[in-house]
Design a protein around this ligand. Structure first.
Ligand SMILES: Nc1ncnc2c1ncn2[C@@H]1O[C@H](COP(=O)(O)OP(=O)(O)O)[C@@H](O)[C@H]1O
Ligand SMILES: [Mg+2]
Length: 317
């Protein structure tokens, strides 16, 4: 009997039947099978976690890539925008000049120059051009302005142009630029209602808080299964703290899940849709800001997340 196996050793001591050793071996085998099963489950969980980590890693690099591209686009967009202004002025001048020529035209009546002008005017459809050019310019300017805003929002969002520093910042500005970034996720699902109060600037890492708002907004949009819902963003402050609430009319959170939603990798979404990291990251960011994040939810009615942050960090003692 191998003395290093307490199970077998013990049973050998307490019983004299030769069958019992076989029974014990069967038990042992069962136990081994069970722990093997456990190991396999653990292994599956690990590889699942690894998949999710890779997914989030990918998302992080996509974010960085987007920020980098925004940075690169910013410069050409800048000069296109400013050239456009100049071009608009020049065009105005040219139109003025053209009007002056047209006024002087009757003096040319009967000359070959007058016939040439008339032919050219018809060929290039001058009247149409005079109407179409300003509207083309306006449309293009609108397009460039939109691209410029997207780039600005991306830059604000990721703060690529500033290093991670604690600064005093306006949360409404952060929420608005985040809203523009996630607009695509939201606009087909929900109306966004802003109920902003008065907010003082607060001591924060703006791009990190933007991540929190983004996670809450995207989760809210994901929760809306009905045709269309409403996402309400409300803010307010007292003497020492500010709060931001993001409320949706989505499916709500099951009671048994409420305690787990901040756990890393907890998700009820399909693979590829959710990583289960959004809320756990948000929780970490809010904690780092000495704040708190609370959730109120009713299934079938909706969910409200409330982020409370101090205006200034507590003084260390
Ligand atoms: N606004 C919400 N409405 C309903 N469920 C939510 C909401 N926000 C979060 N949840 C639940 O919490 C889980 C974890 O959220 P999160 O950490 O952002 O991960 P993910 O969105 O990738 O699933 C979600 O899968 C979902 O079940
Ligand atoms: Mg999420």
């Amino acid at each position: 009997m191998s003395s290093h196996d307490p199970l077998l050793a013990e049973s050998a001591n307490t019983t004299s039947s030769p069958l019992s050793a076989a029974d014990v071996t069967a038990d042992r085998v069962k136990e081994l099978l069970r722990s093997n099963e456990e190991l396999m489950q653990l292994n599956a969980k690990l590889s699942d976690a690894q998949d999710k980590l890779m997914q989030s890693e990918k998302m992080a690099s996509i974010g960085q890539l987007a920020a980098g591209v925004a940075h690169e686009i910013n410069n050409p967009i800048g000069f296109i925008f400013s050239n456009f202004g100049t071009l608009e002025r020049y065009l105005g001048d040219l139109f003025q000049m053209l009007a002056a020529y047209e006024e002087a035209e009757p003096a040319l009546a009967g000359t070959p120059a007058a016939a040439r002008l008339r032919a050219l005017r018809e060929k290039i459809e001058l009247d149409f051009l005079k109407e179409d050019i300003p509207s083309l310019m306006a449309e293009s300017k609108d397009g460039i302005t939109r691209v410029r805003n997207i780039v600005q929002n991306l830059k604000d969002f990721s703060r690529v142009d500033t290093s991670q520093k604690w600064v005093l910042a306006d949360l409404h500005h952060g929420i608005d630029s985040t809203l523009n970034i996630v607009n695509n996720e939201i606009k087909y699902k929900a109306e966004v209602v802003k109920a902003y109060g008065e907010l003082p600037d607060i001591e924060c890492l703006p791009s990190e808080l933007n991540q929190v708002f983004m996670n809450l907004l995207v989760n809210a949009a994901h929760a809306i299964q009905a045709d269309r819902g409403v996402i309400t963003i409300s803010t307010g402050a007292d003497d020492s703290r500010v709060w931001v609430e993001i409320q949706d009319t989505g499916e709500g959170i099951a009671k048994e899940n409420l305690g787990r939603i901040f756990d890393p990798f907890f998700t009820t979404k399909a693979v590829g849709k959710g990583t289960g990291l959004g809320l756990s990251l948000s929780y970490g960011i809010v904690k780092k800001h000495f704040g708190s994040i609370d959730v109120f939810s009713e299934q079938g009615v909706g969910t409200r997340f409330r982020v409370t942050l101090p205006i200034q960090h507590p003084q260390e003692v």
